[in-house]
Design a protein around this ligand. Structure first.
Ligand code: CAA
Length: 258
């Protein structure tokens, strides 16, 4: 973990925190950062001792997008065969809940990275946007697909086609972010949310995340069938028995994540 040069990865109890750390480039996502990020996320995801992952940047920038200087001279085949970032699918398949704690700029790939997280907490200083159009390109990290699903076509087109930014208040009103908090409370609030999730039964949390993901990807009837199976499967876990017994006995459940 300590060998990373562009991120900081740490754990406290069952919560992992990954801090993007390229301040000289406003945390622009270059090859090294993305490799390290995927490695850290997969490592935490493989560890059943970790129940939630917070992803954050600096007060000025969550991430100002893919690294424009690194991409500038690449061609079609570079992008189509290798890019934008090899191995990204591993990040998308993460089962552990991801909480983006966004302060400052979340632009382009930075906004797209936040949208791949399950929950986005925004500081009141946060600014979101897909400014790729101003560079002569379009979002390449899922933005043209996830943004309309998150905030609807009208708002998404306004952002993607003009490249303008929206502030935290507009992002919350549009449904992009879960909550806006004062900037100096962002990390504490993210830790609270992460701890709340990490204290729950891991199999139940994984299944709930899967079901929420299914809602993004499946027609309603298929999603409801998926939920029905996942709900029934929860009754095969010891944690379901413990959770319901604890309720009846008016005590806090002692989940074993089994
Ligand atoms: N790539 C590479 N370097 C970047 C960067 C990026 N995306 N964003 C900022 N930087 C660098 C700047 O070049 C600058 O470096 P130097 O000091 O060496 O010149 C440093 O970070 C500080 O940035 P600014 O001086 O520009 O800071 P500012 O406060 O004046 O402006 C900003 C902040 C509005 C975010 C501005 O930096 C900006 O517009 N950045 C680019 C945003 C962008 O277009 N993102 C989309 C990238 S493309 C993409 O993401 C494709 C995709 O979907 C996969």
């Amino acid at each position: 973990m300590s060998d990373y040069t562009t991120i900081i990865a740490e754990t406290q109890g069952r919560v992992a925190t990954i801090t993007l750390n390229r301040p000289e480039a406003l945390n622009a996502l270059n090859g090294t950062l993305v490799r390290e990020l995927i490695d850290a996320v997969q490592g935490f995801d493989d560890d059943p001792g970790i129940g939630a992952i917070v992803l954050t940047g600096s007060a000025k920038a969550f991430a100002a997008g893919a690294d424009i200087k690194e991409m500038a001279e690449l061609g079609y085949a570079d992008m189509y065969l290798d890019g934008p970032f090899p191995g990204w699918g591993g990040f998308e398949r993460t089962r552990t809940p991801l909480i983006a704690a966004v302060g400052g700029f979340a632009l382009g790939g930075g906004c797209e990275l936040a949208m791949m997280c399950d929950i986005i907490l925004a500081a009141d200083t946060a600014k979101f946007g897909q400014p790729e159009i101003t560079l002569g390109i379009l979002p390449g990290f899922g933005g043209s697909q996830r943004l309309p699903r998150a905030i609807g076509k009208a708002k998404a087109a306004d952002l993607v086609l003009t490249g303008r930014m929206m502030d935290a208040e507009e992002a919350e009103r549009s449904g992009l972010v879960s909550r806006v908090v004062p900037a100096d409370e962002l990390l504490a609030e993210a830790a609270k949310v992460a701890e709340a999730i990490a204290s729950k039964s891991l199999p139940a949390v994984y299944a709930a995340k899967d079901a929420l993901q299914a809602a993004q990807e499946m027609p309603l009837a298929e999603g409801l069938r998926f939920e029905r199976q996942a709900f029934a499967a929860a009754f095969a876990t010891a944690d379901q028995k413990e959770g319901m017994r604890a309720f009846a006995e008016k005590r806090t459940p002692d989940f074993r994540h089994r």
